[in-house]
Design a protein around this ligand. Structure first.
Ligand code: URA
Length: 210
């Protein structure tokens, strides 16, 4: 069974509450998601390997830790709301490459259909972070993870802001090998697949498209 990490931090909890508030503006919502994403990036990169390098400080030579250069990363944004997490993650790990995956749900069959996929050419050599703020039914996440697994990245982690128990169960059932990171688990879903109490449509709130 894949691991679920709930990133517990007072700053995250406070910022998430601000994001949930109906009256929070688009600009504020966007900047809060970016701030939380910095902290998410901090947590999901916790196990990056280090190597030792000799450096000169103003006072003397020392052996200092640096990130192992062979560790390459790629952040995959699930369009379109994934962009909100992507921006914050890139601020902390600017050397990461970026990919995008777009899926829409066929209104007849409800099956997610891929309409866009672009990833770096050397994706097989990279640790992959798949980002999407809302893990609701899990249908999109399951489809995206399945498709991205076919590209054989070195590893995959799924990173979201808010999860519903239904979505977590779904991803764990279909992809038990993929660790999931979230900042909170809400109560459930409404009849339209929205997370309750949630924060509404993350894409609309991020881009002001409601
Ligand atoms: N996607 C969203 O943006 N919000 C939800 O609550 C569920 C899915």
């Amino acid at each position: 069974m894949s691991s679920i990490t709930i990133i517990n931090h007072p700053l995250i909890a406070h910022k998430l509450t601000l994001m949930r508030r109906e009256e929070t503006s688009t600009a504020k919502f966007r900047s809060l998601l970016k701030e939380i994403s910095l902290l998410l990036a901090y947590e999901v990169t916790r196990d990056l390997p280090l190597k030792s390098e000799e450096i000169q400080t103003p006072l003397r030579v020392m052996q200092a830790p640096v990130l192992a250069p062979e560790k390459k990363m790629v952040v995959i944004s699930i369009m379109r709301a994934g962009q909100g997490i992507l921006d914050g993650m890139l601020e902390l790990i600017p050397s990461a490459r970026v990919g995008h995956i777009g899926l829409y749900r066929d209104p007849r069959t409800l099956i997610p259909i891929e309409y866009y996929l672009k990833v770096p050419h050397d994706v097989e050599e990279r640790d992959m972070f798949i980002v999407d703020p809302m893990l609701a039914t899990g249908n999109t996440a399951v489809a995206a993870i399945g498709r991205l697994k076919e590209l054989n990245p070195t590893s995959i982690k799924f990173v979201c802001l808010l999860a519903a128990p239904e979505g977590l169960d779904h991803v764990q059932e279909e992809h038990p090998d993929i660790p999931i990171y979230t900042t909170a688990i809400d109560e459930g879903l409404d009849e339209h697949g929205y997370i309750l109490p949630g924060l509404g449509d993350a894409g609309d709130r991020l881009f002001g498209t409601k």
